[in-house]
Design a protein around this ligand. Sequence first.
Ligand SMILES: [Zn+2]
Length: 267
Amino acid sequence: MFWRAASSYDGGGMVGLTCTEVYMLGTGSALHPARAQSSILVDTGYAILLVDAGCSSLNNLLRTGRRLEDLDAVAVTHAHYDHICGLGLLSFITQFRGRQPPIVVAPRGSLRIVEEALALGARSSAKPSSTMPEVRTIAPGEVLSLEGGLKIRALAAEHTVEALGFEVSHRTSGSIVVSGDTRPAPQISEAASRAALTIHEATLPSGMEGEAHASGHSTVAQALEIASLSELGALYHLTPLSEAEAVERARGSRVLVPQDLGAVKIC
Ligand SMILES: [Zn+2]
């Protein structure tokens, strides 16, 4: 069952009609009783990207019917552990199977921790040969072109450590914005205003603006406002504090509060 957003792509040109599928593999914060940690899967039909790799992200990727080997790239928003704990498992499994791992994209300030997480997983496989994932760093405003015509643009986020949001696009569909962990940030709002889909974090309930600002997070009302700039929005990184308000406030709007594995098709 998919929610749908139309694409800004007009269907002209040489490319056949494809749809981009977006799965919310993990919609919870670091420790939520019923939601996996942050992870969003984008499948353009030409390439598959994971934005963040929470602990259960690879298990949930399999639940969409895809294989680990299908994954072309993982874009890390920041190095807080709930966003990268799947990276060790990724390098462990690819190393163990002797497969080429996907490229990992990360902010420069996350590089050391990301490489350590990948190295720990690889070392635990006890395989002598090394096929560590290539890690490419990216800064706000930069665009990386990846496998299958996939483009990701880094957006400046505002968190307690160096953090990015990502604008993901492909020539066949409108763009998808994923905020990562952030308080409201101008580059993310700007990208949201032209996106087919914006997935924004909503960690804290309204009324806790001060706490949200101090911890580099957004309240439900702030997240709703930004996600509403796009044709379709979704809230994630939910906590037991923010979840009920998010569901209540989003009712009847163009902003979804999906459970894990909720999906949007952009055609
Ligand atoms: Zn964080």
